[in-house]
Design a binder for this molecule. Structure first.
Ligand code: PLP
Length: 465
């Protein structure tokens, strides 16, 4: 299987090269040249298997030219061994035909662990095989950074630099990034918002001298390996609810579009997915775009669900690539337009292709609090604010289509956002015992300017040669 760029210019790569590279050299994102398909019989045969076994079957056709079965199986086993729930991604019921997929039982309490733990293992195998070192730079709105640090801390052949927006992440999120003691971990608090962090990261990838000098690698969801690992829980959830015999819809709290795009690929592989519902907070550029066909930046304002405070939704480019019939030139033009004018218009045809799979909705701050309070009262389940946005949008979608079973992805543990949860419910959720001392640990971070040259110099100085 080869991986090609959404902008059509960069050379096709193997899975291993695409994983270690991250962003394509034409500025695009790697996607598989063809999507492997499962028959209904093959899907039915996965029912009742462990999470790890389903992960192996789903990921194998994408990676088999780079990793042997033993390597992939070992990586998956080690990746999920540290999770706090034997099912890894358990389902609970919220109401008639509405289920919550709990994706917060990993080491940093957000769904990002599902992919990051696997790619930490896959990077180790591949870097050792190639006798290569890399500098990972990641941009985070809060959860990717801690998940990446957790997956790569202490590794000899990796330095990890995480850029997060100063003052815009929750205290638990910040402490998870600033308290690891390993010398290969570097937390950078950038003067700016998440889109600034992500833009600086892209600029570093487009500075080929810097990129080659430090061996730059990316683990943001621009990295296809991240998206790949996230396909798995769409399968396990749907299988638990009667797939392939019964279609399932998903409501996905969305920022960078990585998680929901994994759901789209699950559908392309043959999983019967009815609707993929994009759930946004008041930073609703994706909802507006799905409704009106134009993607126009208006500026981000901070919300209770900071991991979704995003306006440049990087994986949306992958969705556009499919919507435009995999025309890299068309995608390239849209992305240039966005960079120069702050907006682009999507053609009628492409909008039709998007609407064939995706719905959307947004939930404001007041309703987020209301959903947290009401869900706790009616089910005993405490939702984090991101998951509450997903539940609110799912409720609207269910009003339109009550017959299809709906799964809302719970993307983080409520204890990661205790202030919002307490404000809504009066309850302050406790951290799981394994991280109960987080507030006593010493923090270590560097304030950095929103300036490419300064950042590159600091990274060069600090990385261990
Ligand atoms: C990252 C994140 C999201 C958004 O996921 P995308 O893949 O960027 O769309 C939603 N909720 C939480 C808690 C997250 O950490």
């Amino acid at each position: 299987m080869r991986y090609i760029s959404t902008r059509g210019e960069a050379p096709a790569l193997s899975f291993g090269d695409a994983m270690l590279t991250g962003l394509a050299r034409d500025g695009g994102l790697y996607v598989p040249e063809t999507v492997p398909q499962f028959s209904p019989e093959e899907i039915a045969a996965m029912a009742g298997l462990s999470y790890e076994e389903v992960a192996f079957r789903v990921m194998k056709p994408f990676v088999s030219e780079t990793f042997s079965d033993e390597e992939l199986q070992g990586a998956i086993t080690r990746a999920y061994a540290g999770f706090g729930h034997i099912a890894r991604a358990p389902l609970t019921q919220l109401g008639p035909n509405h289920f919550l997929l709990e994706l917060f039982h990993g080491p940093t309490l957000a769904f990002k662990d599902f992919a990051m733990q696997v790619i930490g293992q896959l990077f180790q195998i591949e870097l050792k095989r190639r006798d290569q070192k890399v500098t990972i730079v990641g941009a985070t709105s809060g959860d990717t950074g801690s998940a990446a640090i957790e997956a790569f801390r202490g590794l000899d052949n990796v330095d990890v630099f995480i850029l997060f927006p100063h003052g815009r992440v929750s205290e638990v999120q910040r402490r998870q990034m600033t308290t690891p003691v390993e010398a290969n971990v570097h937390a950078f608090a950038l003067e700016g918002d998440f889109d600034d962090c992500q833009a600086k990261l892209k600029d570093m990838f487009n500075d080929f001298d810097f990129r080659d000098e430090v061996g730059l690698a990316g683990v943001n969801s621009i990295n296809f390996a991240r998206v790949l690992a996230q396909i798995v829980y769409y399968f396990t959830a749907a299988l638990s609810l009667g797939a392939p015999g019964r279609p399932v819809s998903f409501s996905v709290p969305t920022g960078n579009f990585g998680d929901i795009f994994a759901g789209f690929l699950a559908k392309e592989m043959g999983l019967p997915v009815e609707r993929l519902v994009i759930a946004t907070n008041h930073n609703d550029i994706l909802d507006r775009c799905l409704k009106a066909g134009d993607y126009t930046k208006r500026g981000v304002t901070a919300s209770m669900s900071p991991s979704m405070d995003i306006e440049v939704s990087s994986n949306f480019e992958r969705a556009l690539f499919w919507a435009y019939g995999r025309d890299g030139k068309a995608v390239s033009q849209l992305m240039d337009e966005l960079k120069t004018t702050g907006s682009f218009n999507i053609s009628e045809n492409a909008m039709g292709a998007l609407r064939a799979h995706y719905d959307s909705g947004s939930v404001d701050e007041a309703r987020t609090l209301e959903v947290i309070a009401r869900t706790y009262e009616t089910t005993g389940e405490l939702l984090c604010p991101h998951s509450a946005v997903g539940v609110g949008v799912a409720e609207d979608a269910q009003a339109r289509d009550p017959a299809t079973v709906m799964v809302t992805l719970a993307t983080a543990h409520p204890a990661k956002f205790p202030d919002a949860v307490e404000k809504a419910s009066g309850l302050r959720p406790a951290l799981p015992p394994r991280m109960a001392d987080l507030f006593e640990r010493e923090e270590r971070m560097t304030r950095v300017p929103n300036d490419l040259a300064a950042l590159e110099t600091m990274i060069k100085e600090r990385r261990r040669a």
